[in-house]
Design a protein around this ligand. Structure first.
Ligand SMILES: Cc1cc2nc3c(=O)[nH]c(=O)nc-3n(C[C@H](O)[C@H](O)[C@H](O)COP(=O)(O)OP(=O)(O)OC[C@H]3O[C@@H](n4cnc5c(N)ncnc54)[C@H](O)[C@@H]3O)c2cc1C
Length: 472
């Protein structure tokens, strides 16, 4: 299929196709490794010494310009791909990402119980080059010069840009008395899938009947609103079926109530996993001893409680990567969201509200949409479309639409789901939930009315479709 740069209808249609799961043949590429591909920058000059190879299906027309994308995760890979598809071959797109392949956090709770392998969550970035002509740099962003419009990378090279897209995901606070070293070695949060997911899986597999698994949930906003509750469910299911019904999953939620799919998870905690999950909301002052695994906290009534855990899974508060004091995002003046932890954007283009020419998508942005991979993929498409228009001296689409679906496994064979369609509301300049007729209504997403094996099968199709749309 060839996409014309000017075909705005085609762009919208493709966004909808991806959203409704019509795309097919989309499977993870397991165990593949990649190296740098395409053009490379000469040290400190910002000049391209290589060229993007011609790619079948990418029209040699459209606006000229250089776009640099930071981060090859859900949002970054999507924006790089769609910039080339919609922008054409005259648009030079360079993706900066330190890892050769991406490990999906989506579905990673099933890797915590051993129902999936971490390898099955790996997606190669090589299609972005071979199919779409994205130039890749295996490096990390170190600093941004918004005036000179350049970025400095960990390999000491400098890239020049006309538009910069940041999709670096999140970084995690030292919290509850723990350090980054504790998370990596003994108490994995596993809130970004990878080595910590494997470590947590091994710890859970080593539990015996009567053991206690303690997990913490930070205050919103955090990555994947239903994710922690989903983890509590699948771990409870694993423990009671494999280790014995005397196991306990203690959920210490710092929020006043369940943050997503409240009906489903209330039922899951009180019926499906009754007697195993102990859900505590409104918890404060959590303290974790990394050596003894003793956990203490103030319960909702303000009474100090103590528990001795076999496995502790502390999900710490997180923030946009680079937004901490001294980080590259804050140094560039981009961390202007709530408490300086996120980057505020205009949701018509995802351009920073603080610094011109820089767009922030995915979990790092503050835009009113939930921090989720499906949402990151949609934000990427709105951003790609806006950049192509801006580089063509046009204005961004004034009425973007995005959707989000999220499936949550509740047991090893059943799941629930949550979905919403969002539409731009010109009165509040935000994305609001809309009906299928396009009427803006605000409100909350729709959740499934049952926890079922049919949902579990559909979850698999949804995941393959989303990952295929992002990485294939
Ligand atoms: C357990 C769990 C379950 C989840 N389930 C779902 C679900 O069912 N549905 C859903 O939609 N979402 C789900 N999510 C959320 C989803 O994974 C995230 O919202 C999504 O990954 C965010 O995409 P992103 O591109 O912003 O960040 P990421 O996907 O984390 O990608 C960020 C990328 O940026 C790179 N990077 C970081 N710093 C730099 C730098 N300085 N230079 C260059 N590159 C850099 C990283 O290496 C990484 O590849 C889940 C998350 C978890 C933890």
């Amino acid at each position: 299929m060839t996409f014309k740069t000017s075909d705005a209808y085609g762009r919208r249609r493709l966004l909808i196709l991806a959203a409704t799961g019509i795309a097919s043949g989309l499977y993870p590429l397991m165990g593949r490794t990649d190296s740098d591909e395409g053009g490379h920058e000469s040290e400190s000059t910002g000049k391209q010494t290589g060229t993007t190879s011609p790619v079948v299906g990418i029209a040699a027309s459209g606006p000229t310009g250089k776009v640099v994308v930071i981060g090859g995760g859900m949002a970054g890979a999507s924006v790089a791909k769609y910039l080339r598809l919609w922008g054409g071959a005259n648009l030079q797109v360079t993706l900066v990402e330190p890892d050769a392949s991406y490990t999906s956090s989506i579905m990673s709770n099933l890797a915590v119980t051993g129902a999936r392998t971490v390898d099955s969550l790996k997606f190669s970035l090589s299609n972005l080059t071979s199919r779409y002509g994205v130039v890749r740099k295996t490096a990390s962003l170190q600093s941004i010069d918004p005036v000179g419009k350049t970025v400095k990378l960990s390999d000491n090279s400098t890239l020049a840009y006309d538009r910069l897209v940041l999709a670096p995901g999140v970084e995690f606070d030292d919290a509850y008395g723990l350090t980054q070293q504790d998370y990596t070695s003994t108490m994995p949060h596993a809130w970004r899938a990878g080595a910590q997911t494997t470590r947590l899986q091994q710890q859970v597999a080593g539990m015996v009947n009567g053991d206690v698994f303690v997990m913490t949930i930070p205050k919103s906003p955090y990555r994947c609103p239903p994710g922690p509750y989903e983890r509590a469910c699948v771990v409870a299911d694993f423990l009671k079926t494999r280790k014995g019904s005397a196991c306990k999953v203690l959920v210490l939620d710092q929020n006043a109530a369940i943050q997503a799919e409240a009906g489903t998870f209330t039922k899951a905690f009180t019926v499906t996993h009754a007697g195993v999950v102990d859900y505590q909301s409104g918890v404060t002052d959590i303290q974790i001893n990394p050596n003894t695994r003793a956990v203490s906290y103030l319960d909702k009534a303000g009474v100090r409680q103590q528990v001795s855990a076999r496995v502790v899974n502390p999900i710490p508060p997180h923030r946009a990567t680079g937004s901490a004091a001294g980080g590259w995002m804050s140094a560039a003046g981009l961390a202007n969201g709530t408490n300086g932890r996120w980057a505020k954007v205009n949701v018509l283009s995802y351009e920073s509200t603080a610094v011109a020419g820089i767009h922030i998508i995915g979990d790092a942005s503050e835009c009113g949409l939930p921090k989720a991979g499906h949402v990151g993929n949609q934000e990427a498409k709105i951003c790609a479309d806006a950049i192509v228009r801006l580089l063509s001296s046009q204005q961004p689409d004034p009425a973007p639409v995005a959707n989000s679906a999220c499936f949550s496994p509740i047991t090893a064979s059943t799941a629930s789901w949550l979905t919403a369609v969002y539409q731009y509301d010109p009165k509040t300049l935000t994305m609001k939930i809309a009906t299928s007729g396009g009427q803006i209504i605000g409100g909350t997403p729709t959740e499934s009315n049952a926890i079922s094996s049919k949902n579990f099968r559909q979850m698999d199709t949804w995941f393959k479709t989303l990952m295929g749309d992002t990485f294939s």
